[in-house]
Write a protein that binds this ligand. Structure first.
Ligand code: ADP
Ligand code: MG
Length: 256
């Protein structure tokens, strides 16, 4: 042990970068407030832990590729009476369902807020330290197909294992794979009881043979998804449409 290293160098070596930045200023505060040594140490340790936590959350938000701003705070529950606010808030605030590899499936026509709600729940999970990845299903399927053509599908699927929650947005827009087994099925089978999925879809289960190569594979995929799952059905008028009507109203000064 080299005991001639200065405190800043020791802190750097231990990668305690927040303490490195703050120890001198905190020392002054400790003097002024007559803190005991233990209190000073605790103060610095808490600073380090808090800053690590917030930079980790920032990193998780960035890697998740979630659409920005689609949080619970920006969702107007009164616009969609078919949505149970308490249920959505519970999924966002308590990540037990993710630990249990439970899935959520949002069904409903376009513009009702499926993607927004999926993202809002995911932001809630990230805030509790869960790693999330949001994917438009079509582009993820394309990427997995490319990997498959290079015989790297297992590796590409395994890369997604690092995310405890994977969002497959708009699964209904995914096109059938021409090859015998779809990469989408392989992904779903891989996550079964190993990770959580949130799926959004404008296509009911009964039409999922449009997404998978044949009915048997569609049934096998649905079986794995619904075994541990909650289905949330959205109904009503499109929020986008409602909003544009309100805007038209404003432009027309309320005249129809
Ligand atoms: P879907 O995925 O069902 O097609 P989106 O979640 O993309 O619908 O919603 C369409 C747009 O309307 C998005 O910009 C979304 O943020 C917004 N939106 C939908 N429902 C609501 C709502 N209840 N409150 C606030 N914004 C909403
Ligand atoms: Mg959507």
């Amino acid at each position: 042990m080299n005991n001639i290293l200065s405190l800043p160098l020791l802190l750097k070596q231990l990668k305690l970068m927040t303490i490195l930045k703050s120890w001198e200023e905190a020392e002054q505060q400790a003097d002024e407030s007559k803190w005991r040594y233990g209190k000073y140490l605790q103060f610095l340790t808490e600073l380090e832990i808090n800053s690590r936590y917030s930079s980790r959350i920032k990193r998780y938000v960035k890697e998740s590729q979630l659409p920005s701003g689609k949080t619970l705070a920006t969702f107007q529950f009164n616009a969609v009476p078919s949505v149970n606010r308490q249920q959505i808030e519970a999924f966002a605030e308590n990540t037990k369902w993710i630990k249990e590899c439970h899935n959520l499936i949002f069904f409903g026509p376009s513009g009702l807020g499926k993607t927004h709600l999926a993202s809002a729940i995911a932001y809630g999970a990230i805030n509790q330290g869960v790693r999330v990845f949001f994917a438009k299903t079509t582009s993820l399927v394309q990427k997995l197909q490319q990997a498959k053509s290079k015989f790297q599908l297992p590796e590409a699927i395994a890369k997604l294992d690092r995310y405890s929650l994977l969002i497959l947005d708009d699964i209904g827009y995914a096109k059938k794979d021409e090859l015998e087994t779809s990469v989408l099925f392989e992904l779903i089978a891989n996550r079964y009881e190993a990770g959580s999925l949130i799926i959004t879809s404008n296509l009911a289960f009964s039409n999922w043979d449009q997404i998978f190569p044949d009915t048997m594979i569609a049934v096998a995929a649905i079986d794995r998804i619904i075994h541990h799952s909650t289905v949330i059905n959205l109904s009503g008028a499109s929020y986008r449409k409602k909003e544009s009507e309100i805007q038209k109203d404003i432009v027309n000064g309320g005249k129809k």
